[in-house]
Design a protein around this ligand. Structure first.
Ligand code: PEP
Ligand code: MG
Length: 576
C-alpha cells in the first residue's frame, strides 16, 4: 500500500525517484568509560581514516561542481583532521582517563570549542567552530557505524526529503542529481522554496511528516503541481504519474513557442516579463525562457556558499558577467538582503527573537556601511557593461531610502573623481515590501525611479503571518482584497509621477493574479524563469480593457475566495 502526503505545491512538475533523506541520525554521546583501551584506540584510528577519506571525497566533489571557494571551506575540516595536538588529546583521554572513543572525541571537541568561544575573532571562530563540529560529527558517526546524509556524495538522481532545507543547502546542490524536493516545514514563499524554483524541480513543502513516513531509498512521487507526495507507489500510480509527467512536458514544449514573442495584451498594451535570479547559471535559464531582462538579482545568493563577504573586485566580476550576459536588457540588482530566513554564513549576525522583524536587508546595510559601500562601488564599476538598475530591499521609511541613495551618490562621486567610468543612466529604485512604504507610496514615488513590489514580504507583514510557517499558510492570500488594494495604490502612485512598477514576489507568477495585475496596470512581471512563458502566454491572451469590471469587483470583494470566483468568471470573457 502506498501512502499519500499532502503539502503545499511549491514548484511545478512531477518527479518519480528514490528518496534521499537529509536527516541526520542521533549522535548524542554519554560520558562512558572502557576497560579495553587498545580496542578503543583501534576504533579511533579506523574512524580517523574513514573520516579523512570521506572529507577528501567531499572536497573533490565541491571543487568539481562548485569551485575553489567551496573546496576551501572543506579544507578547514582537513586541517582539523591533520591537527596532531587534537589527535593526541583524544588518544590521551582514552589511554589516561579510560574514556570510550566516542566520549573522548566529544569531550575534546567541546573543550576546543570553549577555547574558541573566548577568542574575539568572529570570522575565524565561526569557520573553525563549524569545521570542528562537522568533523566531530563525522568521526562519531563512523564510531557508531551510522551514515550521515551527504548530498555531495550522491551519484544518482534522487528526491531530497528534509525537515527544512536552507537557501545555502540549495545553492550547494549538484543539479544533476536532485530530482525533486520534499520538506516537513516551510511555506510557498520561504527562501529555500524560491531558490529551489531556480533549479526547475518539483517541490512540495509543509507536509509535516515526510521525514517520518519516508525511508531512505523508498520510491516516491512528488507532484509539485498539486502539492502531493505518494510514498511507495503502486504500479498503477506510477503509470498514472508517468502519463501526467509526459503531459506536463508536452505543455512546457508548447509554451516554448512564446519564447521569442513580445509580451503584449490583446488590446495592444506592452508588458515586460523578466526573471528573478540568484546565481550566474540562473541567467542561462532566464535567457532560455525568453526573459526580457532581469527584474531581481538576489545578490545575497551569489555568494551563499561563502563564509566571508566577497571582496569589491570579486563582486565587480560577477555583476559584469550578469550585465554582459543580458546585452541591451535591464538588470535590476538588489543590494544584500540578509536576515529573516536567510542566515548566510558570510555575515555573523546575532540571534534574534523575531528575525523577520529584526536586523535584515537595508537595516544592516545602513548600520554597517562597510557591507553596503563596497557592494555599491562594485555595481557602479560594473555599470558601464550593460543596463544596470539598483534597488534597496526592505525600505520602511523615506529617510532610509534617502540615506541609501546618499551613500550611492557619494560612492559614484568618488569613483568619478578617480576617473572610473560609471554609466549615466542607472535607475535607482526600492523594493516595496513593507506596508508602511506601500501606504506612503505617493511620497516615495517622487524620490525613486521605480518600485518593485515584494509581495512575499508585503503579504507576510500585511497579515502578520510568517511566510515560512505552513501552519499559518492559510493567511497567506495573494488574491485578498487587502493585498489588491495596496498593490493598486502603489501602481497608481507611481504612475502619477511617471514611474514604473514591477512585481518580483511570487504573486507575479501566480496565473490567477495575472489578469488582476494586468488590469491594474503593473508594468513588469518578474519571476522565476520556469514561469515566464506561461505568464507571457496568458498576458497575450487577455484584453486589459475588458478586465476593468473584474478589477472593480475584486477591489470591493470581502474575501480572497470571492475574488477567485470573479477571476474565473471574467477571464473567458476577457480573451477577445
Ligand atoms: C519579496 O519579498 O517578495 C521578494 C521578492 O524578496 P525576497 O523573497 O527575497 O524576500
Ligand atoms: Mg523580500
Amino acid at each position: 500500500m502506498s501512502a499519500l502526503l499532502n503539502g503545499l505545491a511549491a514548484s511545478n512538475g512531477i518527479a518519480i525517484a528514490p528518496a534521499y533523506l537529509l536527516v541526520g541520525p542521533d549522535l548524542s554521546v554519554n560520558q562512558q568509560y572502557s576497560a579495553n583501551e587498545n580496542h578503543e584506540v583501534d576504533r579511533l584510528h579506523d574512524s580517523f581514516a574513514l573520516t579523512l577519506n570521506e572529507v577528501q571525497t567531499i572536497r573533490h566533489h565541491a571543487h568539481e561542481s562548485l569551485g575553489k571557494r567551496a573546496a576551501a571551506v572543506v579544507d578547514e575540516q582537513l586541517n582539523i583532521l591533520d591537527n596532531r595536538s587534537l589527535r593526541t588529546e583524544i588518544l590521551n583521554k582514552v589511554k589516561r582517563d579510560h574514556y570510550t572513543a566516542e566520549w573522548a572525541v566529544q569531550e575534546t571537541a567541546d573543550e576546543t570549542l570553549k577555547v574558541l568561544e573566548k577568542m574575539n575573532d568572529n570570522d575565524y571562530l565561526s569557520s573553525r567552530a563549524t569545521a570542528i563540529k562537522d568533523v566531530t560529527k563525522r568521526i562519531i558517526s563512523h564510531l557508531m557505524g551510522v551514515d550521515l546524509p551527504d548530498p555531495t556524495l550522491l551519484d544518482h538522481r534522487a528526491i531530497f526529503v528534509a525537515k527544512n532545507i536552507t537557501p545555502t543547502d540549495t545553492a550547494q546542490f549538484d543539479r544533476r542529481f536532485v530530482a525533486g524536493l520534499v520538506t516537513d516545514n516551510g511555506g510557498r514563499t520561504s527562501h529555500f522554496t524560491i531558490m529551489s524554483k531556480t533549479l526547475s524541480l518539483p517541490v512540495v513543502v509543509g507536509t509535516h511528516e515526510a521525514t517520518t513516513v519516508i525511508n531512505n531509498g523508498d520510491l516516491i512521487i512528488v507532484d509539485g503541481i498539486h502539492g502531493k507526495v505518494i510514498v511507495r507507489p503502486t504500479e498503477k500510480e506510477i503509470d498514472k504519474y508517468q502519463r501526467l509527467a509526459a503531459q506536463f512536458d508536452r505543455e512546457q514544449q508548447e509554451l516554448g513557442t512564446f519564447k521569442n514573442e513580445q509580451t503584449v495584451s490583446k488590446d495592444g498594451r506592452h508588458f515586460k516579463v523578466v526573471a528573478n535570479v540568484g546565481t550566474l547559471p540562473d541567467i542561462i535559464d532566464a535567457r532560455q525562457n525568453g526573459a526580457e531582462g532581469i527584474g531581481l538579482v538576489r545578490s545575497e545568493f551569489l555568494y551563499a556558499s561563502n563564509d566571508q563577504l566577497p571582496s569589491e573586485d570579486e563582486q565587480v566580476k560577477a555583476y559584469k558577467k550578469f550585465l554582459t550576459e543580458m546585452p541591451g536588457q535591464q538588470v535590476v540588482v538588489r543590494t544584500l538582503d540578509i536576515g529573516g530566513d536567510k542566515k548566510l554564513g558570510m555575515l555573523k549576525l546575532p540571534q534574534e527573537e523575531n528575525p523577520y522583524l529584526g536586523f535584515r536587508a537595508i537595516r544592516i546595510g545602513l548600520a554597517q556601511p562597510e557591507v553596503l559601500r563596497p557592494q555599491l562601488r562594485a555595481l557602479l564599476r560594473a555599470s558601464a557593461y550593460g543596463q544596470l538598475a539598483i534597488m534597496f530591499p526592505m525600505i520602511a521609511t523615506v529617510e532610509e531610502f534617502r540615506k541609501a541613495r546618499k551613500i550611492l551618490d557619494e560612492e559614484k562621486q568618488k569613483l568619478e573623481n578617480d576617473g572610473v567610468t560609471v554609466a549615466k543612466n542607472i535607475e535607482v529604485g526600492m523594493m516595496l515590501e513593507i506596508p508602511s512604504s506601500a501606504v506612503m507610496a505617493d511620497v516615495f514615488a517622487k524620490e525613486v525611479d521605480f518600485f518593485s513590489i515584494g509581495s512575499n514580504d508585503l503579504i507576510q507583514y500585511l497579515f502578520a503571518a510568517d511566510r515560512g510557517n505552513s501552519r499559518v499558510a492559510y493567511l497567506y492570500q495573494e488574491l485578498h482584497p487587502a493585498v489588491l488594494r495596496l498593490v493598486k495604490k502603489v501602481i497608481d502612485a507611481a504612475h502619477a509621477e511617471g514611474k514604473w512598477v514591477s512585481m518580483c514576489g511570487e504573486m507575479a507568477s501566480n496565473p490567477l493574479a495575472t489578469p488582476l495585475l494586468m488590469g491594474m496596470g503593473l508594468d513588469e512581471f518578474s519571476m522565476n524563469s520556469s514561469s515566464i512563458l506561461h505568464i507571457r502566454s496568458l498576458i497575450n491572451q487577455l484584453n486589459t480593457r475588458k478586465l476593468q469590471p473584474l478589477i472593480h469587483k475584486a477591489l470591493n470583494a470581502a474575501t480572497a475566495d470571492e475574488v477567485e470566483g470573479y477571476i474565473r468568471q471574467a477571464v473567458p470573457q476577457a480573451t477577445e
